[in-house]
Design a protein around this ligand. Sequence first.
Ligand SMILES: Cc1cc2nc3c(=O)[nH]c(=O)nc-3n(C[C@H](O)[C@H](O)[C@H](O)COP(=O)(O)OP(=O)(O)OC[C@H]3O[C@@H](n4cnc5c(N)ncnc54)[C@H](O)[C@@H]3O)c2cc1C
Length: 438
Amino acid sequence: MTNEVYDLTVIGAGPAGLAAAYEAHRNGIKKILIIERDKVAGGILNQCIHNGFGLHHFKEELTGPEYAARFIQMVKSTDIELLLDAMVLDIHADNSNAREIKTISAVSPTTGYREIKTRAVILSMGCRERSRGAIGIPGTRPAGIFTAGTAQRLINCEGLMVGKRVVILGSGDIGLIMARRMTLSGAKVLACVELMPYSGGLTRNIVQCLEDYNIPLYLSHTITDIIGKNRVEKVIVSKVDENKNPIAGTEIEFDCDTVLLSVGLLPENELTKNAGIKTDPRTKGPFVFENRETLTSGIFACGNVVHVHDLVDYVTEESEICGKGAALFLNQNQDPKSSFISVSTDQNISYTVPQYIHKNCSEKLIGIFFRVRKVYKESCSITVYKIENGAKTKLASFKREHMAPGEMERINLVPSMLTQNDASEIQIAIETENGGAK
Ligand SMILES: Cc1cc2nc3c(=O)[nH]c(=O)nc-3n(C[C@H](O)[C@H](O)[C@H](O)COP(=O)(O)OP(=O)(O)OC[C@H]3O[C@@H](n4cnc5c(N)ncnc54)[C@H](O)[C@@H]3O)c2cc1C
């Protein structure tokens, strides 16, 4: 590493950062640095030793480390610099001047504290798990309570077994995968407990990780007490009503020594917020344009730092868009944010990414990613409206047979359709077959 100004600095060498850096390089950017706090590149994929990765992107079924290795190899085949074991502490960026050189401060055991100058930045710091404190489960504080991702790392990377009789709270993908992993490692998984009336995970994971191993899924239930002095001894699970309040008299007692929490992921955005980059309270990630530029010029973002993805293949797709967007920013001397279309939602959708689309966007298709708020089992439509002075004009409609909050949805929009209709705001809405919003 030299004291020169980098064209692009990527924070995080998970699948998002690696793919974005590689794509920027492919689009002509020469001086690229990736900074990663871990001792190895690959991000969370290094602990995901199960298969199921890459079906969309590589049309092959890979394990997490195999998927990551492909991108590590691609990056290593270039002159992109990879600084491992270095933690980014701060980003200084001047939002009023897109072309201002940005300063990143980082520390590492080998190079100590240093400041890195860069023309553009890609944020790809991933996300972290919500813990017991974040959801306030009552009870004592014995050993044996882990987040599912921590247990996954201990078992798959450190070779340590975390427990024998397990209750899992949360039926998101990580909880489901850990139910299978614990079973294959010799533990007894007594229950997977889910607060909502539906699972938060992919259908394929419910079948392959719970049903195939006869692990019961308790929907509309939660843990209401954890009992144990030194180690977890018992867990009390109760049914909840439609307001998610525990119903007295429905308690079930499980004799267990371990509780795994899979209760949600939070995009890792302390750096983003400290740098003054605006974040969306719905995604907990930065607001982004279709090219994944944030509302601070010259700073881009991709992967789980923007919104929690269910499949890494979509992380790769988004990161390639981001790398290309950053390259275009660096190659052209213009600020493309002059005019844009904002994307809003009806009450049935929790968020969209991107939240904004440049009117002069050069892409042929723009993918809009979003999650619905509830399960739709019958045929329904995703409808795109132009909103003007409170009036709605229908622009496009996409049929779906099934949608669920655990599965990210996407539609592809043709930008010329939006500009020809002179849209400044579009709304994405869910409608049932008879035309009414569900
Ligand atoms: C536990 C778990 C299990 C999963 N299982 C599956 C699965 O079975 N199938 C599937 O398709 N997807 C799965 N996913 C999702 C998929 O792995 C993620 O979507 C993908 O890894 C996200 O990529 P990312 O690069 O955005 O984040 P990450 O992989 O989390 O990478 C972020 C990187 O940024 C680094 N970083 C963060 N902050 C800093 C900083 N300040 N300075 C320097 N570096 C920093 C981190 O160390 C990390 O290496 C799983 C995710 C998790 C969390």
